[in-house]
Design a protein around this ligand. Structure first.
Ligand SMILES: Nc1nc2c(ncn2[C@@H]2O[C@H](COP(=O)(O)OP(=O)(O)OP(=O)(O)O)[C@@H](O)[C@H]2O)c(=O)[nH]1
Length: 453
């Protein structure tokens, strides 16, 4: 099966093993990528925007020292794919307010009814009181289906088979659930009005939205929807502003490209994905995971790891340089603490300074700081004035500053003093290291000499 997943993986393999010049390999990869995406039902406009971004970056960006252009290119593709899928950030799927009214829209069979129940299950399990409303008056079975699912999940249900105006049903349902103190109310709407009656469906969505003023309209899309997705998403979006998207049936063999187009058409982000028919088969969408899956993470993991570790190595070196240039202040300490989690402790940075690694104390205990303490210290530095950050010595001279900073950061004065001690320790250490380095320089062959020491 040549789908979006296997196709792109194959193209990457070809790109990495190609012996053509870099620019030519990029062009070849891009042409292949366009072909795969269009075949997987991604809208043509979306495809060209996406690939021209990749091409531009691939030709303009210069990889940092130690990273090959081909590895850097893979990183570009990975990042652009994540951005196409909605960006690095995971969406917050919990409601911003209570009560929160969600209206599900989408064409017939996309999985709205099932998804309504899945959402009810998801939120109920996170402690919310959920209510469901059956406002699909077109499909005869929809009412019973949702009612049964509501029972299965164990949430309140509202529907009225005697009514045939979905807006009225929704309004009454909302009243009912509010009287029951529901915190999240989910409305399942119709997906069809009969052949060629699309405009009627869109009018109906508008009427429901007018009646209940939903906090969020979610477009439910079947992953296999195909080329129609882009236009369809646009149409729904014009009637009721789509806040987010749920892609269903991602467990199937769908090509999945249509869903990507819909994301681009609405500018909305994917909130959840459905991965099966059961009510618990729903999960928040993670663009990063999905991008990895498309690219075949196993294959590119080593490359990305190489690129990112070389990048942090370069940053480490930069920091070592600025430490050695002598202007140690709290801003530098702040920056260092912020990066410590991804790069390692200051001891590691100091060890990178050429020729000085051997001069560091064996026991790095004094250089180690717990994560909790790091957060506290960041707080403390944030409570300093710019002048104090530049010249921490001011705190030694005027003790009232310590008190003010402690109050500002909500910590004890002792904690401020401890940070100051750490700062003084690093300062002393740097001074020793510098003296040693200049002495060795004076007598020649410093670096090599030290390395052999
Ligand atoms: N494999 C799989 N099947 C799903 C998923 N979500 C829904 N389905 C199935 O898709 C079919 C249609 O789902 P419904 O929830 O009835 O669709 P609907 O959008 O409410 O349909 P209308 O009421 O006609 O608009 C059902 O057989 C569901 O079991 C999913 O994530 N994975």
């Amino acid at each position: 099966m040549s789908n979006i997943f296997s196709g792109i993986k194959e193209a990457i393999k070809k790109f990495l093993s190609s012996t053509s010049p870099y620019e030519q390999s990029v062009e070849e990869f891009i042409r292949e990528l366009q072909r795969i995406l269009i075949k997987s039902d991604v809208n043509v406009k979306v495809v060209f925007e996406f690939t021209s971004k990749i091409r531009k970056r691939a030709l303009e960006e210069k990889p940092p020292q130690g990273v090959s252009r081909r590895d850097w290119f893979i990183k570009i593709v990975y990042e652009e794919l994540i951005s196409l899928l909605g960006g690095e950030e995971e969406l917050n799927v919990l409601p911003k307010k209570k009560p929160y009214v969600i209206m599900l829209v989408g064409v017939q069979g996309s999985g709205k009814t099932t998804t309504a129940a899945k959402l009810a299950w998801y939120y109920k399990n996170r402690g919310y009181r959920v209510g469901l409303i059956a406002a699909d008056t077109f499909r005869a079975g929809a009412y019973e289906q949702l009612k049964q699912l509501a029972e299965k999940v164990g949430v309140e249900f509202w529907g009225d088979k005697g009514l045939n105006d979905p807006a009225e049903i929704s309004r009454k349902g909302l009243e009912y659930h509010l009287s029951k103190k529901a915190e999240i109310i989910i409305i399942d709407t119709a997906g069809r009005h009969g052949y060629g009656e699309e405009s009627k469906l869109i009018d109906e969505m508008k009427a429901i939205a007018d009646a209940v003023k939903p906090d969020e309209v979610i477009l439910v899309l079947d992953a296999s929807i195909g080329q129609k997705a882009y236009d369809l998403a646009k149409k729904f979006h014009e009637a009721t502003p789509i806040g987010s998207i749920i892609i269903t049936k991602l467990d199937g063999t769908a090509k999945g490209g249509g869903a990507i187009s819909a994301i681009a058409a609405t500018g909305a982000k994917v909130k959840f994905v459905g991965t099966g028919e059961k009510v618990d088969e729903i999960e928040p969408f993670r663009p990063k995971n999905f991008a990895s899956r498309i690219l075949g993470m196993g294959d590119i993991e080593a490359i990305l790891e190489r690129v990112y570790s070389t990048m942090s190595q370069n940053e480490l070196e930069e920091m070592a340089d600025s430490l050695m240039s002598g202007n140690l202040n709290m801003k530098l300490i702040y920056k260092q603490i912020k990066q410590i989690r991804s790069m390692g402790p200051i001891g590691k940075i100091l060890r990178m300074i050429p020729g000085l690694s051997m001069s560091l104390p064996e026991d790095e205990g004094a250089l180690k700081v717990s994560e909790k303490k790091m957060d506290m210290w960041l707080n403390i530095i944030n409570s300093m004035t710019y002048e104090e950050m530049e010249k921490p010595e001011l705190l030694e001279r005027e003790k009232s500053r310590i008190r003010r900073i402690a109050i500002g950061a909500g910590v004890a004065q002792e904690d401020v003093r401890e940070l100051l001690n750490y700062y003084n320790y690093i300062k002393k250490l740097l001074k020793q290291l510098k003296r040693r380095k200049s002495l060795l320089k004076k007598f020649g062959g410093a670096d090599e000499f030290l390395e052999e020491e």
